[in-house]
Each structure stands twice: as C-alpha cells, then as structure tokens.
Design a protein around this ligand. Structure first.
Ligand code: CDT
Length: 328
C-alpha cells in the first residue's frame, strides 16, 4: 500500500475539532540492505536519490532509517574498538555526508538521519539528527532503549550486540520544528509505551522512528512470524493513545545474510496506517500529515490534563522490573 498525497487518509469526517489545517508532507525513505563493504559515499548517493524522489513528490521532511550510513554492524562480535569505531561518525556533517546536507538545503527539504555517533570524549551512541528545511540542526536524539546483549553469544545465528557497542541516551526531548511539535525515537524505543507517552506529554504531534529489525528473534523464534504485526501494533497504538503522527522507517531486506523487516509506514493520530512500503528495498512513501488533526485526540479521549491519573502510576518511574504481590 503506497499512498498518494491526494488520498483521503482515512480520518473520516472528524473535522470539527481541528481549527485549521497544518499540513506537512512527510516522506519515509526506506533503505534496502547496505553491504558491509559498501562505501559511505555510495550510501550517501542512495540517500540523496531518495531525498530527490521525495522532493519530487512534494515532501518537506524525509525520514531515513536507524544507522542509515552502514550495514547493521551489531550483528557481528568484535573484540577490539579498533574494529568497531570505523562504523561510527566522529562529525556530522562530515566531508562524506556533507553532500546530503547540501542537497537537502538546496531543495528546502528537512530530514532525520540515523547514524552511529562517536563523541570527542569517546562515547558511543545510536543517534539520529533532525535537520530543518533551511539546513539548521533542530536536535540530536540518542537511543534510550538499547536492546540485545553485551557478550558474544555464539549459539545465535547472528549477534545483536547493541548493548556492547552503544551507551543509552537519557532524554526524550520534543522540539518545535516543521510547524509543529516533533520528536525522534529509534527502533526498539517503539516497543515501549513510555516512549510515546513521554513525547505525548510534551504535546508531540509527529514522532519519527527509524529501525533495523531482524525478523529472526533468537531468544524466542516463535515471535518471528509476528514481526510485522508487532511493528504495526506498537506504532499504531502509540499514535492513537497519544494523538500523534508516527512515521516508522526501516532498513529492510536481506543484509549480509540476515533478513530484516521492511513495512515502513506512516500512521495518523487515529491509529490508521495511511502509507506503507510495498518492497524490501529503497522506496519512498509520502503522506500529507495534518498536524492539526492531533487535537481531535489530544483534546477528547486523550485529554491528558483532564483524564490522566499520574498519582496512580507512580510505579512507572519508581521501579524498573516486576515486583509481584506477596503470597502464593
Ligand atoms: N535495532 C533494534 O533496536 N532492533 C530491535 C531488535 C530487537 S531484538 C534484539 C527491535 O526492537 O526491532
């Protein structure tokens, strides 16, 4: 299901609450596989091609996936940082990524881009940068929920060593940008309701989420057949329960022998999917996101100030794991 901007996005006739339209045409720029030996410069050319395709369809904001400049390297165990650090960026933009920033500014298109960030003082993060249409940097987001494992686990057909290679970020900040309130989250963050709610509590109207999701889940392969269902389930519920647009964008397809979920999609504040990719390769989807429509949900069923009961939710921040009631 690839949408055209002209489509009715399934919002029905619920036009009474949103005062006036605030339409932002958003593109999801899905990537197919990136080989381990594919040069960064070639990847940047692919990104520019997707950006130009999105612009030709009128998009003002292009959402790229998580870790969009390299292959998904946490699938391999490396003992030495000398082998890991080459997957990281020490500056953004850099001489290699600058052409993407320059082309976007020339076209007046903003974008979000996921990459591995190595800071000057030696910290490693799974980061996404958000850039406005004039080329200014809105902000940087560092992935909060870092999944997988820390140690080599040779029993797995491939590794998921994000917890070895990345430190967790510690902030969910929304920003005023693109004529609304915009947030960024990354991949595994989308499975956690806290992510959406913390953004929802900042009035977030548009949440951008890049992902790399291997379809095989080694700890419980029974979940493999549900990968697409769970992807849609969490993003659609997060969108609806917080009255926000959610744009989920994959790096999908078979990359270095590992099959990853595609199914990038754009979801309205009703929870309905309004655009979804058809392929597992490089592909652009576009939708007109009326940010004013968020008010239909934020001021009715999900009027937080009127209906939430934070005094009853204290466990959410007071404890991390499960504490079962006493008794048998
Ligand atoms: N990149 C990323 O966060 N992927 C995870 C895989 C979970 S299994 C370790 C995801 O939630 O899709």
């Amino acid at each position: 299901m690839t949408s055209s901007p002209a489509l009715d996005h399934g919002m029905g006739d619920d036009t009474t609450i949103a005062a006036s339209e605030r339409i932002l045409r958003v593109a999801g720029a899905q990537l197919g596989p990136i080989a381990r030996d594919e040069p960064r410069a070639t990847v940047v050319e692919r990104l520019i091609g997707l950006l130009e395709a999105a612009h030709s369809q009128g998009a003002e904001l292009v959402v790229f996936p998580e870790l969009a400049l390299t292959t998904f390297f946490p699938r391999w165990y490396f003992d030495s940082w000398d082998d890991i650090d080459p997957f990281f960026e020490t500056e953004m933009p850099s001489p290699i990524t600058a052409p993407l920033f320059e082309r976007a500014r020339a076209l007046g298109v903003g974008f979000s881009l996921g990459y591995a960030e190595l800071t000057a003082d030696g910290h490693h993060f799974n980061t996404t940068i958000l850039v406005e249409r004039d080329g200014s940097v809105v902000g940087r987001y560092r992935k909060v929920h870092v999944p997988g494992h820390e140690a080599h686990e040779p029993w797995r057909p491939f590794q998921h060593l994000e917890r070895r290679y990345f430190e967790p970020g510690d902030r969910f900040d929304a920003w005023q940008a693109f004529g609304g309130v915009v947030g960024v989250a990354t991949c595994n963050d989308r499975r956690w309701p806290e992510t959406y709610r913390v953004f929802g509590l900042q009035g977030c109207e548009l949440l951008l989420i890049g992902y790399n999701t291997p379809i095989h889940y080694a700890p419980d392969p029974g979940q493999n057949r549900l990968a697409g269902f769970h992807n849609a389930l969490v993003m659609q519920s997060g969108a609806y329960q917080n009255g926000m647009w959610v744009v989920g964008v994959a790096k999908g397809g078979v990359e270095e022998g590992v099959d990853s979920l595609a199914e990038s999609c754009i979801i309205g504040p009703s929870g309905e999917v309004v655009a979804r990719t058809d392929t597992t390769g490089d592909e652009v989807i576009v939708a007109d996101c009326d940010l004013a429509r968020c008010a239909n949900y934020k001021t009715t069923l999900f009027d937080f100030d009127r209906y939430r009961r934070p005094e009853v939710y204290t466990r959410i921040t007071a404890q991390r794991g499960v504490i079962a009631p006493e008794g048998s």
